[in-house]
Design a protein around this ligand. Structure first.
Ligand SMILES: [Zn+2]
Ligand SMILES: [Zn+2]
Length: 343
């Protein structure tokens, strides 16, 4: 039920701008700019709580249980500049039965301001060809397949479009791995040299750890995190907002400390992959559990910072949501595909 509600609410972007949220077939939520708005159905309460000018929480309470489900969204506020469209936000690809509604979980990919793709786990199944052609840069956190899965088909889709090329920005270990293991003319054509070496579809750009890089009006700082393979998270900033993207990581320090010094830090996208009962697996696979997230989040030193959890393994979705609700983090959201966030 919660998934159903949130997805419907966010499908109607045009109406969000006008402060009017519609839910088919007979729900109609008017959001008149008040801080809080409550609508009660037969067995649940849906509460709209404004966090700030751009953000709101949706609190869904099952009256019969009772239990509370907190999700969140953002208005498409005019003038805001860091827009993040969630193409995929799970740690695997799976069709999930979510309280009777089917939820298609997809590997991680986030489209920033329509032109910068942050990880490439999901592209072609979510974007039309014209939308894919708008992408100018792809930022990759690491080489694991769930973060690069759709890069080959993205390149293949664009190779016939004259003048279209993509800058693939990653640390050298990732660029080297792509060329050695994926675009090696055996697994897939070498789109770093096709259609010809002078005007290839994919253009590599090596990122340096802790070194700022500016693209499309965004400042990108890659910071090493603690994963099984060489991996960087990112601090992504424009003039008014900074967003933290943890990438896949176990316990780490540098990225939290770097984020804590950012004056305009607006949100942290932090991975959680396994429930607390699988702490041993999380340690060996170098991922976080809800309990570990609680410890790591404190290192940022911003207890009011909105947290967006992603990379949940779909089979653990329900138990992870339950454990996250028990954390003392006031603004925490489990991301879902199709959300669009503006900072
Ligand atoms: Zn990984
Ligand atoms: Zn991953």
């Amino acid at each position: 039920m919660p998934c159903f509600l949130i997805m419907l609410l966010f499908h109607n972007g045009a109406d969000e701008e006008d402060g009017l949220l519609q839910q088919e077939p007979d729900w109609r939520l008017i959001v008149p700019g008040k801080r809080s708005f409550v609508r009660q159905g037969g067995d649940f309460v849906l509460e709209f709580v404004r966090v700030n000018q751009q953000a709101f929480d949706l609190r869904w309470t099952d009256v019969s249980s009772p239990r509370e489900f907190i999700s969140a969204g953002h208005t498409s506020a005019r003038g805001s500049s860091v827009k993040i469209r969630v193409l995929g936000c799970h740690g695997s690809d799976q069709l999930l039965d979510c309280h009777g509604q089917m939820l298609q979980c997809r590997p991680c990919a986030f489209l920033i301001n329509d032109t910068v793709l942050l990880d490439a786990g999901t592209v072609g199944s979510r974007l039309t060809l014209p939308e894919q052609m708008k992408i100018s840069h792809v930022l990759l956190s690491h080489l694991h397949f769930d973060h690069i899965k759709d890069l080959p088909t993205l390149a293949d889709n664009l190779v016939g479009e004259s003048g279209t090329s993509l800058v693939v920005a990653a640390i050298p270990e990732v660029l080297g791995g792509l060329r050695a293991h994926i675009f090696n003319s055996s697994v897939y054509p070498d789109f770093f040299r096709l259609p010809d070496a002078g005007r290839s579809v994919l253009i590599p750009h090596p990122l340096q750890i802790d070194r700022e890089w500016t693209i499309s009006g965004l400042r990108i700082v890659p910071i090493r995190v603690n994963h099984l393979v060489p991996t960087v998270g990112f601090l992504i900033s424009d003039e008014r907002a900074t967003v933290l993207y943890s990438a896949d990581t176990y316990q780490t320090d540098d990225i939290w400390h770097a984020a804590s010094s950012m004056p305009n830090l607006k949100a942290a996208f932090i991975e959680v992959s396994y429930p607390n009962a699988h702490a041993t697996l999380a340690k060996s696979a170098k991922h976080l559990t809800p309990e570990l997230l609680g410890h790591e989040f404190k290192k940022i030193g911003r207890p009011d910072l909105p947290v967006y959890v992603y990379h949940v393994k779909p089979r653990f979705q329900s138990v992870i949501e339950t454990e996250l609700r028990q954390l003392p983090i006031p603004h925490i959201t489990v991301l879902e595909e199709n959300l669009e966030l503006v900072f």
